[in-house]
Design a protein around this ligand. Structure first.
Ligand code: PBG
Length: 333
């Protein structure tokens, strides 16, 4: 009303759903989300993963069924976490079971489904570390670990995977994997590096699903000597810059919400394609609050995704990729 002291100015862009939709600057599509899958060799029947609603430890059969239904729900890509039936201290590991699962997925879905595979040793080692330990059991040996990782990536490429994603945090693994792949003519297989992966408490539900928590009597009890310290963002910058130089096609920040500042900063400073991993503990936290009736789960998930894209991500790894349409609908207003 004319003459009113405090008229509506900025609130005009917020007053109705149409205006909010046309004014919105951050938009994303389901094709920018990557759905994680746990495939467990030798498992008889699939098992739900505690905390991650609707996510299972799959058998090879149920994996294919789950992907089929996800495709119907608009999922276009996924990342496979293979859990072998046998553990070993190394240097030899069984990568063939995950390779067989990759073969089965690509045979059935071909180009309809873009498949990443996580490359790490933590589900393979008997102690749960992401690399091979020295004899004293107090240190992850870089070179032997990188050799095993390159071997894994090669076996997965031979099985037809579209992209490999090393998550181990050894030095030089991007260059070693790229070289191993190119040498065999797999130059079109993409490499997404978990380049800014922090030593986080938010990986709990994942480690149960992947059977990958550090365990047993070895001296080295946690991943602090290879994952990045939460208070050392410069390390994340150096690691990401190095991985890009070594040939990574996609860089990643992980976890997501607690490290949004890192995502924003690194994506501005390093021109590359940036992914962010909304890790198991973050996803489960939203689900747990929703189960308590304290928040609206679907709208909270959508809000978290919006934050990732606003901060500079082009890709988000999230356990909720298959619920995109449901979350979107809940958020329309
Ligand atoms: C394995 C790996 C981890 C995750 C992805 N790859 C766990 C870890 O480092 O212990 C975490 C993903 C999640 O929590 O959702 N190196």
């Amino acid at each position: 009303m004319a003459g009113q002291k405090y008229g509506i100015t900025l609130r005009k862009s917020r007053l109705d759903a149409q205006t909010r939709a046309e004014a919105r600057e951050v938009r994303f599509t389901q094709s920018q989300l990557i759905q994680p899958y746990f495939a467990v060799a030798g498992l008889k029947a699939r098992e739900p993963v505690p905390g991650l609603t609707g996510v299972y430890r799959e058998t090879t059969d149920t994996l294919l069924g789950q992907i089929e239904s996800d495709l119907e729900n608009g999922v276009t890509q996924g990342i496979l976490f293979g859990v072998p039936s046998e553990k070993s201290p190394g240097p030899k590991f069984r990568f063939d079971q995950t390779a067989d699962q990759i073969r089965a997925v690509k045979r059935r879905f071909g180009e309809r489904f873009y498949l990443y595979v996580d490359v790490c040793l933590c589900s393979h080692t008997d102690h749960g570390h992401c690399g091979i330990l020295n004899e004293e059991g107090d240190h992850v040996v870089n070179e032997a670990s990188v050799e095993a990782l390159a071997q894994a990536a090669l076996e997965y490429a031979r099985a037809g995977v579209d992209a490999v994603a090393p998550s181990d945090m050894m030095d030089g693994r991007v260059a070693a994997i790229r070289e191993a792949l190119d040498r065999e003519g797999f130059d079109r297989v993409k490499l997404m590096s978990y380049s800014a992966k922090f030593h986080s408490r938010f990986y709990g539900p994942f480690r149960a699903a992947a059977d990958s928590a550090p365990k047993g009597s070895v001296k080295l009890k946690d991943r602090a000597t290879y994952q990045i310290d939460p208070g050392h963002p410069t390390d994340a910058y150096l690691s990401s810059k190095r991985d890009l130089e070594e040939g990574a096609d996609i860089l990643m920040v992980k976890p997501g919400l607690p490290y949004l500042d890192v995502l924003k900063d690194l994506s501005a400073r390093i021109p590359a394609k940036w992914a962010v991993y909304e890790v198991s503990g973050e996803f489960a936290a939203i689900e747990a609050l929703a189960a308590q009736g304290m928040i609206d789960g679907p709208r909270a998930h959508w809000e978290a995704w919006t934050a990732f894209f606003r901060a500079g991500a082009s890709l988000v790894l999230t356990y909720g990729a298959r619920h995109f349409k449901r979350y979107e609908k809940a958020s329309e207003s």
